[in-house]
Write a protein that binds this ligand. Structure first.
Ligand code: FMN
Length: 194
């Protein structure tokens, strides 16, 4: 391999393509796309999403101390991109996209009914990193469409069909085939005799 330096860049690829949904001051549901995010704690289960303070969603999330992370499936790639192009300051994005919002059960935030799963999050912390604030959300409940669950209630990624985002070429992708079981396929090496 011949490594080339590309300089400092937010270039870990892929990232999720999530839709963060919150209520504005008037109680209208608003959605924004977020690629800077991930799971950051197991107990209590927590998620981090990095949101620029100039986003309409930012103040809304701070005010309600709640948001949902809605996970779009591939067929909603266009809507997901649109949620990242327009601002809820100017238009009712969810309605314009032809989607509908429901009220989350356990937090003061809406979710998108057409997406196959979402995380109900309570804002617990925030940290200023420069361009973005990292918002930490404690996941108080996970909702998943029964259609994407196996018989053990595990989410089947092939049915969820999440979108992943590649920040280096600014494109969306689907996920591929399973390549192995975690905490398992590595045992072949771990158990090898020296
Ligand atoms: C693929 C993609 C990923 C994005 N990721 C983020 C992100 O992680 N954080 C952020 O603050 N904005 C991100 N944006 C931009 C916001 O989604 C965009 O500014 C949006 O208009 C904000 O909506 P709002 O003003 O209604 O809150 C992303 C946009 C796209 C298209």
């Amino acid at each position: 391999m011949a490594f080339k330096s590309l300089g400092p860049a937010p270039a870990a690829s892929p990232t999720p393509a999530w839709v963060v949904v919150s209520y504005d001051k008037t109680g209208r549901a608003n959605a924004m796309t977020a690629a800077w995010g991930g799971i950051v704690n197991s107990n209590p289960p927590s998620v981090a999403v990095a949101v620029q303070p100039i986003r309409y969603s930012y103040e809304n999330i701070i005010e309600r101390r709640a948001f949902t992370v809605c996970i779009p499936s591939e067929k909603f790639a266009k809507e997901t991109d649109y949620f990242g192009l327009a601002s809820g300051k100017d238009e009712d994005k969810i309605a314009k996209a032809g989607l509908t919002a429901g009220r989350a059960e356990k937090v003061n935030a809406p979710y998108i009914k057409e997406f196959p799963m979402y995380l109900e999050c309570k804002l617990t912390d925030r940290m200023n990193l420069g361009s973005h604030f990292v918002l930490i959300g404690q996941i108080v409940d996970v909702k998943a469409d029964e259609e994407i669950l196996d018989h053990k209630d595990s989410i089947e990624i092939q049915k969820l069909k999440p979108i992943v985002y590649s920040p280096t070429d600014r494109s969306y992708y689907g996920v591929g085939d399973e390549i192995g079981k975690a905490f398992s396929i590595g045992k072949e090496i771990k158990d090898e005799k020296e």
